[in-house]
Ligand binder design. Structure first.
Ligand code: NAP
Length: 331
């Protein structure tokens, strides 16, 4: 589609932008803040393509306000903020960026495991506050990560990358997903029901997509199955965990701590979490390395350009949209 108008919700990296300029005119949002829905809807009046980050909600109302839209190329693997059903009904292709952020996100999961168990953030605050008066025997005692049991819920690309790193820490690895995984044995990971995994793990790491089925996957009942010495790490999506139940479990020391990169109602964080020293919080930066952001932008641009050229984009998430007859743009 020659002369397409493409809207990108952040000031896109020049290398990725060049891919888009080969197929159309690129307009980028001047700021990285989440564009308000009305602003996004206004931009959609003339756009043929939209490239949002994973943090941008693209509601049915925004899609309804986009008469020309052909593709929503999300720069993230999780596309839970996009109304995919509304897009599919209109024949709008939705794509994501799987794979390019796997290792970077697995790194952060490990960062959160280490930071919570070894109290790294608490120790940093202690030193900065001038409270350190000398090395004492029992100062800031934490828990070992090496040889602890790692339980991973969601054993896809990221879950497996987290498991691979456990070898260097000599850790037994358990995993849970809806189906046993053929690659698990080679990774030294043993399948468990969710219930058994929660009871046996020293670290429970969540790496599932947010779906109707995984919303609230970890609530009061699941937290009650965890050991009081165990840590919960969530790099998946906030609503996978019932935050109020988590705060109660942490306050009552029914689990040892939590490392959280994602939250139920971002950027709001449950005030109970902010009060607790045994919690490490990061602002949804799982894939935020310089190299990976560029790779995500590039992949999103490639998906977008393919769709605008009338090709099947490599990371299409709603193939049914290809079957939907396109409406002609209203002029
Ligand atoms: P993936 O390769 O699709 O893996 C997802 C895994 O979850 C699969 O093993 C799947 O296996 C399992 N799963 C799905 N539904 C489940 C359920 N109801 N119960 C248990 N397991 C279930 O995805 P990925 O690339 O690893 O990414 C996973 C998620 O991480 C993304 O969707 C995204 O939301 C999140 N993420 C977050 C960040 C961040 O910045 N914090 C960065 C990247 C990704 P079965 O189908 O066999 O159940």
């Amino acid at each position: 589609m020659a002369g397409a108008r493409i809207f990108v919700t952040w000031p896109m990296e020049p290398a990725a932008r060049a891919t888009l300029e080969a197929v159309g005119t690129v307009e980028t949002s001047p700021s990285e803040d989440e564009a308000p829905q009305e602003e996004l809807a206004r931009r959609m009046a003339t756009a043929d393509a939209l490239i949002p980050t994973g943090a941008h909600r693209v509601s049915g109302a925004v899609i309804a306000a986009a008469p020309r839209l052909r593709v929503i190329a999300v720069a993230a693997v999780g596309y839970n903020l996009i109304d995919v059903a509304a897009a599919t009904r209109r024949g709008i292709l939705v794509t994501n960026t799987p794979g390019v952020l796997t290792e970077t996100t697995a790194d952060l999961a490990w960062g959160l495991m280490l930071a919570t168990a070894r109290r790294v953030v608490e120790a940093d605050r202690f030193v900065r506050a001038g409270q350190w008066k000398g090395v004492t025997w029992s100062l800031l005692l934490g828990d070992d990560v090496h040889r602890a049991t790692l339980g991973i819920i969601g054993f896809g690309r990221i879950g497996k990358a987290i498991a691979r790193r456990a070898r260097g820490f000599d850790m037994p690895v358990l995993y849970h997903a809806r189906h046993p995984d053929p690659e698990a044995e080679a990774l030294g990971a043993a399948y468990r029901s969710k219930r058994r995994l929660l009871g046996e793990s020293d670290f429970v790491v969540l790496a599932v997509p947010l779906t109707a089925e995984t919303r609230g996957l970890i609530g009061e009942a699941e937290l009650a199955l965890m050991q009081p010495t165990a840590f919960l790490v969530n790099i998946a999506r906030g609503p996978v965990v019932d935050e109020a139940a988590l705060v109660r479990a942490l306050r009552e020391h029914r689990i040892a701590g939590a490392g959280l990169d994602v939250f139920e109602d971002e950027p709001r964080v449950h005030p109970g979490l902010l009060e607790l020293d045994q919690v490490v919080l990061t602002p949804h930066v799982g894939s935020a390395s310089r190299a990976t952001r560029l790779a995500m932008a590039t992949r999103a641009a490639e998906n977008c350009a393919a769709a605008l050229r009338g090709e099947r984009p490599p990371n299409l998430v709603n193939p049914d949209a290809l079957e939907t007859p396109k409406e002609l743009p209203k002029v």
